[in-house]
Write a protein that binds this ligand. Structure first.
Ligand code: DC
Length: 224
């Protein structure tokens, strides 16, 4: 089974995806980490930010997730054999990843990898276009949102916990809005809910309730 969780940055997708996967015994795939890894490699190598060069980079560098036994969420991510788990969470990558993820050749390369990974088992897959493009046949589709302010607060807390990225609320809020605008207005695979997605707003809700609601949706779907 595939559970697709799409939505804007900071809506709680990662937390929810990991917890849902754990409860159901599924694996997790964070597709945003893949776009971030390509952005990191492009900056390291000074690759021009045009579609052809970025697409070539995405096609020729393997992205791999490292797992610990018993944990559905990967502990590490690497590109071309280099561990980039922390390096892809910086403010620099936050800024660079939007143009990279808007490149159609990059999307084509990464969507192919995402389909290969997801079809190998039961997966909770999080991203922006999972229910619309990557797995339009997903058994469960959720579009998770939260208010801009709540998303910015969460991202600041997350950055503080990881000791990485900005912890300035206004800066984080402005960056979230800029990325939302970019992700929603791009020509290829814009951020939007699939017609058959269940829309969940996590503003002011306990995250455990949201997790339980998605687990219930999956169980109902499995019982059909
Ligand atoms: O979820 P995230 O913030 O780590 O995603 C990083 C960027 O990648 C974000 O700007 C949107 C983009 N992205 C995308 O275009 N499609 C996906 N399936 C996942 C992420």
């Amino acid at each position: 089974m595939i559970i697709a969780i799409d939505g804007p940055s900071g809506a709680g997708k990662s937390t929810v995806a990991k917890a849902v996967a754990k409860k159901l015994g599924f694996s997790c795939l964070d597709t945003g980490a893949m776009y971030r890894a390509v952005a990191w490699r492009a900056l390291q190598d000074g690759v021009p930010f045009d579609d052809a060069a970025l697409g070539q980079l995405a096609r020729t560098h393997d992205i791999a997730f490292g797992h610990e036994p018993g944990d559905p969420a990967p502990k590490s991510v690497s590109i071309g054999g280099e561990d980039v788990t922390r390096a892809i969470r910086t403010a620099e990558i936050d800024r660079a990843v939007s143009p990279v993820s808007a490149a159609p050749s990059v999307r084509e390369a990464l969507v192919g990898q995402q389909r290969r990974i997801g079809r190998a088992g039961d997966y909770v897959v999080e991203g922006r276009d999972i229910g619309t493009v990557v797995f339009p046949e997903a058994e469960v589709k959720v579009f998770l949102t939260a208010s801009d302010e709540e998303r910015a607060h969460r991202r600041v807390r997350q950055n503080a916990d990881r000791s990485i990225g900005s912890i300035d609320f206004d800066e984080v809020l402005a960056d979230l809005r800029r990325r939302d605008e970019h992700d929603s207005s791009r020509a290829t695979s814009p951020l939007k809910p699939a017609d058959d997605a269940v829309r969940l707003d996590s503003t002011g809700r306990y995250i455990e309730d949201v997790i339980d609601e998605i687990v219930e949706l999956a169980r109902e779907r499995a019982a059909r």
